[in-house]
Write a protein of this length. Structure first.
Ligand SMILES: [Zn+2]
Length: 212
């Protein structure tokens, strides 16, 4: 399966804002902000967070809003430190719960920490569709909203795939990131406002692939 990367150089005035580590309390404010600006996003969800009543509700709400949801493993595992059988288990369980909630097969995934390589990809196989990479990762997990927005907007071009975070993995050590993603919610508002001024719109990864 081919890796999906940014598509700089396309004529369409679109970028793909993507969000990892949800569903969580920050997911819906982000989805609402995208919708207010006529945009859509792609959300790479952690399986164990989807598999709760609230997680299922949020994922259904994303689908109803026209957003896309991908597989981000069951536990937010470092797949380069995970054996083949456990990788397959992480991916299969997450694809299963997402398919159950959304009523459709999962067609994209992203490795936690982008810790992916040939062995990981072979172990994932066709359990979650295509792997989505990125062209911009501002590090929104421990910087203020204004700084995330500045980093994204300084170098934003049509075709970019931007990585942001709508959740915090349950197993993340406290020193690795801020306890909430409120700063990201703020950053998304700032980014979308400036994108609007520049005539740029956020689309799903599928939408980006369909653009030219
Ligand atoms: Zn992640």
């Amino acid at each position: 399966m081919k890796l999906i990367e940014g598509r700089r150089g396309i004529a369409a005035q679109v970028v793909a804002l993507t969000f990892d580590d949800g569903p969580a309390v920050w997911t819906e404010p982000i989805a609402e902000a995208l919708e207010r600006h006529g945009g859509r996003g792609t959300f790479f969800a952690i399986g164990e967070a989807v598999a709760t009543d609230e997680g299922r509700r949020i994922v259904r709400r994303l689908l109803d809003g026209g957003h896309e949801v991908g597989n981000h493993t069951w536990t937010h595992a470092d797949l380069q430190q995970t054996d083949d059988a456990a990788i397959a288990d992480e991916m299969r369980r997450t694809s299963a719960v997402l398919a159950e909630v959304t009523g459709r097969p999962v067609d994209c995934w992203r490795a936690p920490f982008f810790r992916s390589d040939g062995r990981v990809r072979a172990a994932v196989g066709d359990l979650a569709g295509r792997e989505v990479w990125f062209s911009a990762m501002p590090g929104d997990w421990d910087i203020p909203a204004e700084e995330t927005a500045r980093r994204v907007l300084a170098d934003l071009e049509p075709g970019d795939i931007v990585v942001l975070h709508d959740g915090r993995p349950a197993n993340e050590p406290p020193e690795l990131s801020w306890p909430t993603r409120e700063a990201t919610v703020g950053a998304v508002g700032l980014i979308l406002e400036e994108m609007g001024r520049r005539g740029l719109r956020s689309v799903t990864v599928s939408g980006l692939l369909a653009s030219s």
